[in-house]
Design a protein around this ligand. Structure first.
Ligand code: MN
Ligand code: MN
Length: 468
């Protein structure tokens, strides 16, 4: 008798409990194979597009090769047409026209293509005690102590006084030199190690070493700086004043790699948020003729708060949708109010080494699938757009119907910290918006970790959403 009751309880639990299951226990061998193959393309993207400008260029090239054409607000469009718009080389919008009238709203996905890094200051070059340096100002939220002793590459543009643009990308090729911030040896670091950890390395200590060989002349001061400027002049045709109108970004020089004997994880710089950018990009590039118009925005400036004309607090997305709507004789605001958005950004993966900051029932885990985050923000949900139960329900039904492996997740325990995404700025346009993205371990570190199964699940989620 007792045995029978046990069986019933087990069955009831099966029926009534919500249990998370590792993605690998749910995927077929064929799916795992597809997932691994998909992630090879993702790693290539990570290596080829380390900054927002490089990502925007990569996205534009891919879009053009798949038949997307520049959006022209003077033209008229029909179902299946593919258009794109590039905002100042730093953000891109892609759209595939749907079969339904645009006044039914669009399905929008938004990821960001900027990542934390060290930006060069406007007057960066100096020599101290016969070593040459670039001064930096960090971009985005970083733990500063993580950035010394990491090989760095340099990416960006220099605008000359005659407005010629020089593109810089050095440190990625095996034959290139790299750059580096130094740190103290432990033998002499007793005082440094007593600093509070946010000051373990101070902002003004993130100085990038760029050379040490002096110009051969005993009489000249700053001979290392002079020699470096001669090299820069020969290579790029620039002088020191040209840094004043430059945007140069130092990022980790290493490549994306598999992590683990089983190769289940990916380690790389800039996975927040290029993991969502790539998965979103692949989903829209492959969209054939969706029911509703699909729009993918890949934006800049998320890591500094989304301000500026290439960030999502700018009107560029709103204007694009208004211009697209106008080609059908429809008002932009009528399209926006009926639209739905997946804010595609990463969430913090539960870290078994640091469990205390997570509330395990409500944290996303590696290999748990793509993470749906109803709200972000900090303290009393401050700064969140908080998706409605109705919209969460719609997304839940869609993901389940399409067999997408997904989980929910909140960024850490209540009052432990918090963070935001672009979701609020899109929701403020009167668009139903929810965060959907990939769990990341060591987020904002030079080498971030994702799980391949989650990357693939994100792609499947975006594919399902775009295909509607
Ligand atoms: Mn992000
Ligand atoms: Mn971030």
């Amino acid at each position: 008798m007792a045995k029978k009751e046990n069986t019933t309880a087990k069955e009831l639990k099966e029926k009534l409990f919500n249990k998370r299951k590792n993605a690998y226990l749910r995927m077929s061998d064929a799916e795992i194979k597809k997932c691994d193959k998909f992630c090879e393309g993702y790693k290539k993207f990570l290596d080829a597009a380390k900054t927002e400008r490089e990502a925007a260029g990569y996205i534009e090239r891919e879009a053009v090769s798949r038949g997307f054409v520049p959006f022209d607000k003077g033209k008229s469009y029909k179902a299946g047409d593919k258009v794109y718009y590039v905002n100042r080389e730093k953000a891109v919008i892609l759209a595939v026209i749907g079969k339904e009238p645009i006044e039914n709203g669009v399905n929008l996905i938004a990821a960001h293509i900027d990542s934390p890094r060290l930006d060069l200051k406007q007057n960066p070059l100096y020599e101290k005690d016969e070593v040459g340096y670039f001064k930096t100002h960090y971009y985005g939220g970083i733990k500063k102590y993580q950035w010394p002793t990491v090989p760095l590459s340099l990416h960006g543009v220099i605008i000359k006084s005659d407005l010629r643009k020089i593109t810089v990308n050095i440190g990625e090729d095996e034959s290139d030199p790299v750059f580096c911030v130094s740190d103290l040896l432990p033998h002499l670091a007793a005082t440094q190690m007593k600093r509070p950890s946010p000051e373990l390395i101070k902002g003004e200590e993130l100085n990038v070493i760029i050379g040490s060989r002096p110009f051969k002349d005993d009489d000249v001061s700053e001979a290392v700086k002079l020699n470096l400027l001669m090299i820069l002049n020969a290579k790029y045709g620039i002088s020191e004043a040209d840094f004043l109108s430059a945007e140069l970004e130092a990022v980790p020089a290493f490549k994306a790699r598999d992590i683990g004997f089983d190769r289940s994880l990916i380690g790389s710089y800039g996975q927040d948020d290029r993991v969502c950018a790539y998965t979103e990009l692949m989903a829209i590039l492959e969209a054939k003729s969706p029911r509703r118009t699909a729009v993918a925005v890949l934006t800049d400036k998320e890591e500094t708060g989304s301000d500026g004309n290439t960030g999502l607090r700018s009107a560029y997305l709103k204007y694009f949708i208004a211009d697209l709507a106008a080609t059908f004789g429809v008002r932009g605001r009528d399209v926006l109010s009926k639209s739905r958005c997946l804010s595609a950004d990463v969430n913090a993966a539960y870290d078994p080494t640091f469990p205390d900051v997570f509330e395990k029932n409500n944290a996303c885990v590696l290999n748990g699938g793509v993470c749906v985050t109803k709200f972000t923000g900090s303290r009393g949900k401050s700064g969140t757009s908080d998706a409605s139960a109705e919209f969460v329900g719609e997304i839940r039904a869609l993901l389940d119907k399409k067999g997408v492996i997904w989980q929910t997740g909140e960024l850490g325990k209540v009052d432990i910290g918090g963070g935001g995404t672009v979701a609020a700025y899109i929701a403020n346009l009167n668009i139903d918006t929810i965060d959907v993205g990939v769990p990341v371990m060591s987020m904002h570190a030079p080498f971030e970790i994702t799980a391949k199964a989650d990357v693939y699940a994100a792609y499947k989620a975006f594919e399902a959403f775009v295909g509607q």
